[in-house]
Design a protein around this ligand. Structure first.
Ligand SMILES: CC/C=C\C=C\CC(=O)SCCNC(=O)CCNC(=O)[C@H](O)C(C)(C)COP(=O)(O)OP(=O)(O)OC[C@H]1O[C@@H](n2cnc3c(N)ncnc32)[C@H](O)[C@@H]1OP(=O)(O)O
Length: 303
């Protein structure tokens, strides 16, 4: 687990329990901050507020690393993701993108293409690592995004809340490219309207919080950032209090079923539960219910 100590000061509306994670890896983070917010709940903050949390190369790499590290911590059962300052993220760091394109091998189109493909796959992995959280023993917990923007990133989160002034934009078409780090693959499955996704992705139209709520991109809209973080942490705490066998099994099967026919999903959950129904968490939960206690009163073992 991550040793922690109280934070001397925070410029943002963190709840009072918020303390920086003190592992060596967490302390070395530069574009991200990792905070221990509540028992079993971590808060990952995109942390380049002066650049509207634009995702620089360090940030893309740190995202992968941080989720690998969190995966090794059995004390953590939920991660809240947010942005420092006024924005969630302004997307890829455009200055660095320019340098990256300029530095491609000059001699041959195939070699430039190969180098670009490697970069794109690395960028994709940053968000896929987040999406996979909770689905195998290396990545064991759900993630949330309270947010202001960053459609690629939030599409890989399990739950999305936003503040009333939030807006969302699939901006890539305005940059002259097809979105390539997850929006086109994940967004249609989230909002359930291919027409709406097409409209947003073809035109880069800005979508504001009420529409994001009505189309299902977010499940709650809060009045401001402080309320947003508070509610996100409460939900994270509620999930973290429940059986990790149940929560992680639920996530594994939801993700599996998202991409397959119902019949295959049913087969998968039968196979999954023929092992997992043997958990001690079931009799513990049943006894708690009979004793008129809630899951938060049950000391579920780490997974
Ligand atoms: C291989 C490809 C993989 C991934 C591809 C992803 C594609 C994308 O991400 S497309 C989206 C690209 N992003 C954008 O087009 C957003 C650009 N930024 C803005 O439109 C605005 O900054 C804003 C987000 C609407 C915020 O506006 P405002 O609040 O007025 O702040 P600014 O004064 O504009 O910016 C403050 C500061 O931040 C710097 N900055 C903002 N966005 C980026 C960015 N994407 N990359 C790098 N830097 C950014 C801006 O330059 C300012 O810096 P100063 O040093 O203060 O000048």
């Amino acid at each position: 687990s991550f040793p922690v100590h109280p934070s001397p000061s925070q410029s943002l509306p963190f709840p009072s329990q918020s303390v920086p994670v003190q592992s060596t890896a967490a302390q070395e983070l530069q574009s991200l901050r990792l905070l221990q917010e509540r028992p079993r709940v971590l808060h990952l903050q995109l942390h380049r507020p002066g650049k509207r949390n634009a995702l620089d190369l360090r940030c893309w790499r740190e995202l992968v690393q941080v989720f690998r590290d969190i995966a090794q911590d059995p004390e953590c059962r939920a991660v809240v993701v947010s942005g420092a300052g006024a924005a969630f993220t302004a997307g890829i760091d455009l200055a660095e993108l320019g340098s990256l394109l300029a530095a491609l091998p000059a001699q041959d189109a195939a070699r430039r293409a190969w180098a670009l493909r490697r970069h794109i796959r690395e960028f994709q992995e940053s968000f896929s690592a987040m999406e996979r959280v909770g689905t195998d023993p290396q990545t064991p917990k759900p993630a949330w995004g309270p947010l202001k923007s960053g459609v690629d990133l939030i599409s890989a989160c399990d739950i999305r809340f936003c503040s009333q002034d939030a807006y969302f934009q699939v901006k890539e078409v305005d940059m002259g490219l097809a979105a390539d780090v997850g929006t086109l693959q994940r967004l249609p499955k989230i909002v359930g309207s291919q027409s709406l996704v097409n409209e947003l992705a073809f035109t880069a139209r800005i979508m504001r919080a009420p529409e994001a709520l009505s189309c299902g991109l977010v499940s709650r809209v809060l009045p401001d950032k402080a309320a947003l973080l508070e509610v996100a942490l409460e939900v994270a705490e509620a999930i973290a209090a429940r059986s990790p066998v149940a929560v992680q099994g639920t996530k594994v099967n939801l993700l599996y079923s998202r991409d397959r026919p119902v019949s295959e999903g049913l087969q998968h959950v039968a196979t999954w539960n023929m092992a997992m129904l043997q958990t001690e968490d079931i009799p513990k939960s049943v006894q708690a219910a009979l004793d008129k206690k809630g899951p938060e009163d049950v000391p579920f073992a780490k997974l």
